[in-house]
Ligand binder design. Structure first.
Ligand SMILES: [Zn+2]
Length: 58
């Protein structure tokens, strides 16, 4: 799962990373240590994005 070498978008340290996809097509990379936080962050973002879309459509 953590197969991408690079800089973690959360702690900014070089590490092995996994990808987190956002609803709007963006993605960020997190290391193992930040994965829980990153998962929460992305979920919050995606929920907010869904709500925004619903408001705009309705
Ligand atoms: Zn990190």
């Amino acid at each position: 799962m953590f197969t991408i070498e690079g800089i973690c978008d959360w702690c900014k340290k070089p590490s092995l990373l996994t990808k987190h996809d956002y609803l709007d097509g963006k993605s960020h990379l997190s290391c193992k240590e930040c994965n829980d936080l990153a998962t929460l962050d992305v979920r919050q973002y995606n929920l907010g994005e869904l709500e925004r879309r619903e408001r705009e459509e309705g």
